[in-house]
Design a protein around this ligand. Structure first.
Ligand SMILES: [Fe+2]
Length: 275
């Protein structure tokens, strides 16, 4: 029987850019009917566009770390499929709030498996991508992930956040009453979200349970900077200059000024650090 050296076998299963392009094509085939069937296609188009930008952010992060072609292709594939659950979520529940509907990461894993979008990949790549998608919206990552999964999950969470900040900045600077779904239709009570802001300053960790008003959500979104992993992600978010936009519409107070400064200091220090 012909014996194939293990190193060659590995090469056969290395993910390529063409594998990624196949996933991109299938992603568009999967999402197009949601856009075509919708009375208002905007929520679905927004997620298609978000996905494309998360893929570009992912490429940038991978380049900043000097990752090789197969690891970059795997990471970009994870970016392409990471929000597939958003499409059935909005089609069924008309919201992107997981609390008021279903966990979109779990829905995404279900759709990834059902659609066979990763079927041409090795078992290892399929499993890593599915697990990274399942982890992309968790409040925090466990320290016990293996090195490949840890890298992929951290990359996906950062690439996703870069574009979440981008979408939020655009939304807050160009408010549109028909786009309230972006902020889960939360009410602006005009109050300083003091409890959430104090907790964030003290713990440097976000707590979703405070998100019951628009200003609490602004604090939560700004607090996502504490969950970033890579200097290039921090640098991209600093370039966006989004923190003042997020916190700028909250009534002025010493507490919010201190929070803004702490978040900017954190971003600057992460951006200047080495991985
Ligand atoms: Fe997501």
């Amino acid at each position: 029987m012909l014996k194939i050296p293990a190193i060659l076998l590995e090469d056969w299963f290395m993910m390529t850019h063409d594998d990624f392009l196949k996933i991109a094509k299938q992603f568009h085939a999967y999402t197009r009917p949601f856009v075509d069937r919708a009375e208002d296609p905007y929520p679905f188009v927004l997620k298609q566009e978000h996905t494309a930008r998360v893929c570009r952010a992912m490429e940038m992060l991978c380049a900043s770390l000097g990752l090789d072609g197969p690891k970059t292709a795997r990471a970009c594939a994870a970016a392409m499929v990471h929000d597939m659950g958003r499409f059935p979520q909005f089609a069924v529940f008309y919201t992107y709030s997981d609390v008021r509907s279903k966990n979109h990461a779990a829905l995404g894993c279900r759709e990834i498996v059902r659609s066979n979008i990763l079927s041409h990949l090795s078992v290892t790549d399929r499993q890593l991508i599915l697990r990274a998608v399942a982890l992309h919206n968790r409040p925090r990552l466990s320290g016990k992930l293996g090195s490949d999964l840890s890298l992929l999950a951290c990359l996906l969470r950062d690439a996703d956040k870069i574009d979440i900040f981008n979408v939020m900045k655009d939304h807050y600077l160009n408010p549109d009453s028909s786009h309230g779904f972006i902020t889960y239709d939360l009410h602006d009570d005009g109050k300083i979200p003091a409890t959430a802001a104090k907790a964030l300053l003290e713990t440097r960790q976000n707590d979703l349970s405070y998100v019951n008003t628009l200003n609490n959500m602004r604090v939560f979104q700004a607090g996502m900077v504490y969950d970033l992993n890579f200097p290039a992600a921090a640098a991209a978010i600093l370039d966006l200059d989004v923190i003042p936009v997020l916190l700028g519409s909250i009534p002025p107070s010493d507490l919010i000024t201190r929070l803004e400064q702490a978040l900017l200091d954190h971003l600057k220090s992460l951006a200047a650090s080495r991985v």
